[in-house]
Design a protein around this ligand. Structure first.
Ligand code: NDP
Length: 330
């Protein structure tokens, strides 16, 4: 038996999430069974703990789009009992049972060995949010960003993706400007390494201007919406925006072609879910090397399985600060 947050659908189509004891025979198919130690809470988890937003295919369902733990058994040569592993993406926690449980069974292809220097708790303090921030920073570097180029903007800075991006960029020697709609998080953000706090409302008015003054040497964007429309027009010549999320809306309001054709600005799409294995490994190794662990610890809010329904609602309202680490055995 193992404990899991199970989401069930009633006859009226309403979903209900509660911690339950499940028999191991209910685990889905897969080559590797993992004793999960930690998981976390992402925006997508908020959706899957609640009505699912079309992401969950079948009920009953165990959400949790990422987890870290120890291999318990494996029919695949790449993994053996006792190996520490981390999983993000591949639609685990949506189409497949996820990490909000003491046990998970998954395909070996989806796992990444935990890099030296990271434990399972730290891996989930990073989680999908931090992993995706690392992919974004790597993409900006691959497109020429180097320290000394000028301020790098991080939008949705007090959220999970944003917090890790601020800490990573600052540790790598970049000047970091953090956009937040929560002024009370300013001390938290400067503690992570931000040197400038930008108020959300400074970047949300939709304008028809073709370009604005050049300000940013790079951007990690978790928000999209009107903010991305404005930010693109403020990018320095030949720089890039790594687009991760849509916390402010899926459309890029007020966007014009001018930043692309007059300033050679690049818009780089970042997807963590289907990311190829080699790049996953590279990102986790960079995280172990480049993320300041003391700063990571400062972002952590601990939780247990029974806290998840409330945390799921909070993240959908943009009320979660930093990174939640869920101890599934607490
Ligand atoms: P969080 O909820 O932790 O953070 C989002 C932040 O965005 C909030 O904290 C808030 O920051 C800001 N925000 C929220 N609503 C608005 C709004 N209406 N206008 C402007 N800013 C807003 O989520 P995550 O950091 O975990 O995820 C951020 C986004 O990235 C989500 O859309 C998520 O789906 C996406 N994502 C995409 C991935 C990928 O593979 N591409 C992987 C992981 C996440 P503040 O309070 O500082 O203003």
């Amino acid at each position: 038996m193992f404990k899991a947050l199970l989401v069930e659908k009633d006859d009226e189509g309403k979903t209900h999430a509660a911690v339950q004891e499940l028999d191991e025979s209910r685990l889905p198919e897969g080559e590797v069974t993992v004793a999960v130690e930690y998981s976390t809470v992402n925006y997508k988890d908020g959706l899957c703990i609640g009505p699912g937003a079309g992401l969950v295919r079948t009920y009953p369902h165990v959400p949790g789009i990422d987890f870290a733990g120890t291999v318990e058994s494996s029919s695949d040569d790449r993994y053996a009992p006792g190996d520490k592993v981390v999983l993000t993406g591949w639609r685990v926690g949506e189409a497949h049972w996820g990490g909000y449980a003491q046990k998970a069974r998954v395909r070996a292809d989806w796992l990444v060995p935990l890099p030296a220097g990271l434990d399972t708790r730290q891996a989930m303090a990073v989680g999908t949010a931090g992993f995706t921030s690392m992919l974004a920073v790597m993409a900006l570097e691959d497109h020429g960003l180097t320290p000394g180029d000028g301020p790098v903007l991080v939008t949705g800075a007090a959220g999970g993706v944003g917090s890790v991006a601020v800490a990573l960029l600052a540790k790598l020697g970049h000047e970091v400007a953090a956009v937040t709609g929560r002024p009370e998080t300013a001390d938290y953000l400067t503690g992570l390494g931000a040197t400038e706090i930008v108020a959300r409302e400074d970047l949300t008015e939709v304008t028809r201007k073709p370009l604005e003054s050049e300000r940013w040497a790079g951007c990690v964007d978790a928000v999209a919406g009107a903010m991305l429309g404005r930010v693109l027009k403020q990018m320095k010549y030949g720089t890039s925006v790594a687009a991760i999320g849509l916390a402010g809306g899926a459309a890029i309001e007020g966007a014009l072609i001018t930043p692309f054709i007059l300033r050679g600005v690049n818009l780089l799409g970042i997807d963590s879910v289907m990311q190829p294995y080699e790049n996953r490994l590279r990102a986790w190794q960079r995280i172990a090397a480049d993320l300041p662990m003391d700063k990571l610890e400062a972002m952590v809010q601990p939780a247990g399985l029974s806290d998840l329904p409330e945390l799921g609602r909070a993240i959908l309202k943009g009320q979660v600060k930093g990174r939640v680490v869920v101890d599934v055995n607490a």
